[in-house]
Design a protein around this ligand. Structure first.
Ligand code: AMP
Length: 615
């Protein structure tokens, strides 16, 4: 809701605009950013003391979700209740994910189906990736609301440029479920380019390649930046390639060094593998002890392991240059984005490919969220000097006779966009026509992804070849498709927004929303308890420190009473309700505050002893 405030200087009523936040919903970490005084910044969560919120959800024994750092710390202890890498599941069916289940510790429901959304099993409950992503988005929304001290209902969310229609729709639905009106879905490299290009001199023209390797996805895009216009020329990538895969390679490498009983400690190994990977960005060797055995990897072994993965990204780089009809020499800058681009071997390989030093001055973790905040600011009407022109990553078309893909909107077409073609019937008297819509680059539709289908009914019976059926594809700025089919001779028409087979229906969405409203009060209570527990722990910590620092000045009785209060508060943190903790904490504060003032006076007197004040 918009707010009004009164300017105390001149008494004018000012209209405070509704905030629009920018969200980078990552495989590994997520961030929320906002614009203040024309500067984009990532909002720091005061609980977790960082802008990076691990994209991890832990469901406690009462099935209550906990998101972020706290959830991450539960990963080794309760792997089956700790859900990570949700972005790899979004917009997919079980079949899509079937051969990757060995990389996760939690359970996926094996329904053997290719037609329904994949489901994660936690205890007795089933969750789909839209619900899970919405929990992360809700957490980000809460962090923003707390920091801005305002309701937040609008957001821009980034997705990998190479996300298909199903994955985009699923992300948008997750936003809706989290109570966010998703104003725009922006491609991650495009957002990164905004964040990079915003400071550039408007008069210069730059062709920029954005190489974005995160935790689970890889994107490469080429853009032309000129006069405040950010135009994407081409994009390519792999939505299943990232830092997680590197961790997996190291896990295999380590597993070969272990005896049978330790080999299977997959989750502990995964955490160590990520540590090893990060350290190898700065040093040549990593060694550690693991249940009595030694694990080691050196930089040569590491670089050899990841060579095929780097090569895969370079193939995509070659495609993107070819698609943009450019010579490599015409690219002025190669901007590195995503946590995995901290790996020196990756920077080196990319620099060699593009024949120039890469630009790695931006914070690879934050750059996408910052770009999303800039896009939010554009949509809020605050930046009229910037314009984004994005493209569709994959070709869109329909199935024609023989199961062939007939492309209507080729990949790398600018969005929003509209394109169409005319078709006719193949049988005399045919009154219906099935329109099956696919996305992908292959000639046979079976090799591409089916987005949906519908039947145009009521075509007046005519000899084969006579009806003129016009099919129009309309893609909006989010890259989401609407299809309109019309028989021109009779005017029979049908229009549908292609609803992803791997998404959720309006009814399912309504039920989930109802469920989340019913749980909202419970969620709020849990959050309030967690917050007071954290605050009380910090009071315990500082009180203990206070006693230590003033041990020689405190009376015995004061020490004893303080220790009693501390003990009571420690017990309360473990078992008490929010209000009870508050009461015990208030009692400690009430007792300690006058003593703290007294101690300060004593310390000042001590410090002044024998010192004269200069006149
Ligand atoms: P993002 O999705 O952009 O947050 O990237 C997260 C990925 O970056 C994870 O796979 C991290 O393990 C990886 N990462 C973060 N820091 C480093 C580092 N210093 N060296 C190698 N990989 C890193």
């Amino acid at each position: 809701m918009a707010k009004f405030s009164i300017n105390l200087k001149d008494g004018n009523v000012e209209h405070q605009k509704e905030p629009i936040i920018g969200i980078d919903l990552g495989t590994t970490n997520s961030l929320v950013a906002f614009i203040k005084d024309n500067e984009a910044y990532c909002i720091i969560d005061d609980q977790q003391k960082s802008a990076l919120v691990p994209s991890i959800i832990y469901f406690d024994e009462n099935d209550q979700p906990i998101v972020g750092e706290q959830a991450k710390s539960m990963m080794a202890l309760h792997p089956e209740r700790t859900i990570y890498s949700i972005k790899r599941l979004i917009g997919k069916s079980y079949k899509d994910f079937e051969n990757q289940t060995n990389r996760i510790a939690y359970k996926i429901l094996d329904d053997g189906l290719d037609s329904s959304l994949v489901k994660v099993v936690v205890g007795e409950k089933l969750y789909n990736p839209i619900q899970l992503s919405s929990l992360i988005l809700k957490e980000l929304k809460n962090i923003a609301e707390k920091s801005l001290d305002q309701n937040v209902q609008k957001a821009v969310i980034t997705v990998p440029a190479y996300f298909n229609d199903s994955q985009r729709q699923a992300t948008r639905d997750a936003g809706k479920l989290a109570g966010l009106d998703v104003l725009r879905i922006v491609n991650e490299p495009t957002a990164a380019s905004l964040s990079y290009g915003i400071g550039l001199n408007k008069d210069t023209k730059e062709i920029v390649a954005v190489y974005d390797l995160g935790g689970g996805t890889f994107d490469i895009s080429i853009l032309i930046l000129e006069d405040g216009v950010f135009e994407v020329l081409s994009t390519n990538g792999d939505t299943n390639l990232g830092g997680d895969d590197i961790d997996q390679l190291i896990v295999q490498h380590f597993a070969n060094q272990l005896n049978e009983s330790n080999k299977t400690k997959f989750h502990e190994l995964r955490t160590i593998a990520e540590t090893a990977k990060k350290q190898l960005s700065f040093q040549d060797q990593f060694t550690t002890q693991f249940h009595g055995e030694t694990l080691s990897i050196d930089i040569q072994q590491f670089e050899q392991l990841i060579q095929p993965l780097i090569a895969k990204t370079l193939v995509a780089c070659q495609r993107v240059v070819t698609d943009a009809v450019l010579d490599i020499a015409e690219i002025n800058r190669v901007v590195m984005v995503g946590g995995s681009t901290r790996i020196p071997a990756i920077k080196k390989a990319v620099a060699t490919f593009f024949k120039k030093e890469v630009y790695d001055q931006l914070n690879p973790d934050e750059v996408v969220a910052l770009g999303a905040a800039i896009q939010a600011d554009i949509l809020a009407g605050n930046r009229k000097d910037l314009l984004l022109i994005d493209i569709t990553p994959l070709s869109l078309g329909i199935e024609t006779v023989g199961g062939l893909m007939d492309t209507i909107l080729p990949r790398n077409s600018k969005v929003p966009n509209k394109a169409g073609r005319q078709y006719t019937t193949s049988v005399d008297g045919q009154t219906t026509l099935k329109v099956a819509v696919f996305q992908g680059e292959r000639d046979l539709v079976t090799d591409n992804r089916k987005l949906g289908e519908f039947i145009l009914k009521g075509i007046p019976p005519m000899p084969a070849g006579i009806p003129k059926i016009d099919i129009q594809f309309v893609v909006n700025t989010d890259g989401i498709l609407k299809v309109v089919a019309k028989e021109l001779r009779s005017g029979v028409a049908q229009e549908i927004e292609i609803k992803s087979t791997y998404g959720i229906t309006e009814e399912e969405m309504a039920l989930m929303l109802l469920d989340s409203i019913q749980n909202a009060e419970k969620d709020m209570k849990i959050r309030a308890l967690l917050e007071i527990q954290t605050e009380a722990s910090s009071v315990v910590h500082s009180s203990k420190k206070f006693i230590q620092q003033n041990i020689q000045f405190l009376e015995n009785e004061e020490k004893e009473t303080l220790n009693n209060h501390i003990q009571l508060l420690e017990n309360a943190i473990k078992v008490a309700t929010k209000d009870e903790i508050q009461t015990v904490m208030d009692a400690l504060n009430a007792y300690a505050t006058p003593i703290a003032h007294q101690m300060m006076d004593v310390q000042i007197l001590e410090a002044m002893k024998g010192k004269k004040i200069e006149a």
